[in-house]
Every structure is written in C-alpha cells, then in structure tokens.
Design a protein around this ligand. Sequence first.
Ligand code: PGA
Ligand code: ZN
Length: 418
Amino acid sequence: MAKIKNISAREILNSKGEPTIEATVILSDGAIGISSVPSGTSIGKYEALELRDNDEKRYNGLGVLTAVNNITKQLFPAISGMEASNISAVDKKMIELDGTPNKQRLGANAILAVSIAVAKAAAKSAVLPTFLYLREFTKKEASLRIPTPSFNILNGGKHGDGNIDFQEFLVIPASSKTYSEDLMLGTNVYTSLKKVLQTNNLSTLTGLEGGFSPKLGSNQDGLLLIKQAIEAINLRLGFDIFIGLDPASNDFYNEGNYRIKDKATGLTSRELIDFYTMLNSQYHLLYLEDGMAEDDWNGWQELYTTLSKVTLIVGDDLISSNPFRLQEALQKSAVGGIIVKPNQIGTVIESIAVAEMAKQAGLKIAVSHRSGETTDDFIADFAVAVGADYVKFGAPVRGERVSKYNRLLSIESQLASL
Ligand code: PGA
Ligand code: ZN
C-alpha cells in the first residue's frame, strides 16, 4: 500500500521537436513513475483535447506550460494522498476534476501524463512489470502474448515529405512466428525497401514515423515498391507477410469526395471502396484503418460489407478510443477492429475500458503510438496487458519507435520465464 506523495511535471520535446509533458509521480514507499505523452498529427475530431498554451512567443503557440501548471496546481492537490494502487479511483478523480467530456479544461495531455506515471509507480510499488500490473485491471480473458507488430515502412499524407495521399503503408508478418522473428522480418523488409528505392533513384529520407517518404506517381506505386521489397528477399506476400494501409482518409476527403493521386477526379465512397477492393486483389490487404472519413458512416458500413471477410476494417479517427463512438460503430456494423491510443481518451483506465469493450464485442485491437512520440515505452506494456492483437509503433528505426519494439523484446523474454 503506497500513497501518492509528490507529483512534478515539466515541458519536454517530442520526436517532432514540439513540446510535450513529462510527469514524475513519487509514492510514500519511494516508488517512482515517470511518463511522457505523445501527440498526433492527423488528429481526429472526436479525440480528447491536447491543451496547448497558444502563446505565439513560445514554440509557435505549442507550449504546454498551462498543462504542466494544471498538473502541479490542480491535479496533484486533488489526488495527493490517494492510494496509488487504486488507479481507477485516481483516474476517476482526475476525470471529475476536469469535468468536461473531452478533458478540455485541464488537458488530456496533463491528465494522461499523471495517469501513466501513477500506473507505473503503482506497478513498481507492487514489484511487478507494468504489463502484469495493468493486466489486473482487465478481465484477463486473453492469454498473455506479444501482439503482432505492424511496421509503417512508407509514410505519406501528413506524415510524409513526399506526395502520396495514403498516410501509412504497413507490413504485417504472418502471426505464426515469434515476436523476435516478426521484428526481424519487418526490419528486413524495411531494409529491402530502402534498396528498392535506391535502385529506382527515389529518396530514402524518412517521414514522421521513420518510414520512407519518396515522391511517387501514385499510392499504387507505393504498394508496388513494397511488393518488390518483399519479393527481393524471397518472402511471399500474402503468406509470410501481409500489407496493411492506414490511408487516414479524413485528410483527402471533402464534401463527399475522396481525392487521391491515382484518379483524375474525386471519388465517391463507393468508388473508393472499389479502389480498395482492387488493391486487395493485387496486394492482399490484411488490414485497412480509416479507409473512410470519420463522419462517412454510410461509407464505413459499405466498406465493412464489401471487404470485412478478407480485410480487417479498423477504426482510428472514427472511434478515437471513445466508448460512445465505439458503441455507434458496433451498432452500425462499421468495423472489425479498433485502434486504441491512450492519448485519444486521456486516462489509462478509460483506455483499458474501451479495449475491454471492443474485445467483448469480438473486435480485434490494435494499440498504437502517435506520430509525435517520446521514448516512453508504456504502450508496449499496455498492449500486452489488454491482450491486443496488433501493435503499431512505426518503422523499426528511430529511438522513439524502437523503444517500444525493444520493450516488447524484453516482455517476450519475461513471458518465456513466467
Ligand atoms: P497521428 O497518426 O499520430 O499523426 O494522429 C497516427 C494514425 O493515424 O494512426
Ligand atoms: Zn490511423
């Protein structure tokens, strides 16, 4: 039993060179939890609010000193002395104190930083690895295993420096192997893609999540290059490894029209679905996230009806880790899987709850990082704790991405000795 004794917070930088929050929680038994929170670039409109200072004199208005101040002046006094092991009560207290549906008063970034740091400190205090500690807050229905990694090896949309519309081109190893083998497989394809790009005189500079971001003629060209990269190392597409896409289609949707480089004119929802169907026949799309825009419910329902037998239809911006949006998606039979990003909802306990709700409904769960990350590896533990089917941590490069992949290696060996 240990109580929350002290909380400090500071403004630090994320992988985009933008401010974010680091929080430190100290418990009465000396256990310490340190967290730092991520930040999205293609942010859905149903996400909890990330509080920024909007003071143009600092970091182009992106400073988080108000949120830092909210931690020390409001959140800490409210939860000081509370039992840290009761993370539900701590998170609930912070949610109540904020009092808004999207955490806009105190900031989801402030609340989540504290929530994660408390969970980490409580795990330390219980002398348990964070994944095992968090698992106690789930129904423990799934067996303890490492989720299948999906590697974002080509970055377009808002994440890329190139010119393709689809935001993420993912490769996903067949789930029959161990996590270490999957990690090597994904890394081999990434390296192979680099060679394919060089052979084609294309840029190997990378985007926000470490994937390459060359200038290409079309989105289909991206898929073709990945297919070549897979075949160049004698892997079988659709057997050893699969392709997934997160087009993040909000970003090329406008008033009923989807505009992509592959087509001269804007597409209706139905035409875009036909395009995805064609891509699936050529590239074995195992996974399709945010194929439709976040308010295009009819499109989502049609996409699910058309492709869900062969492709996992996943909602990210559509659901934004929000239980009400998930409920709506379930009622409408719009998805087969959900992205869970703790910073879309703002506390650990609500993130666990939405994952549990999805699992109960038979959905697949993909736990995801954000494009603006820190080296905090909490979501690796979180993903294992909630029994996620997939994790999405970017390309297997750059400190803020590999910290999560490497944490899973450590958990893999811990699981082997349990
Ligand atoms: P974001 O993108 O972190 O920039 O929001 C990630 C995603 O859309 O999955
Ligand atoms: Zn997404």
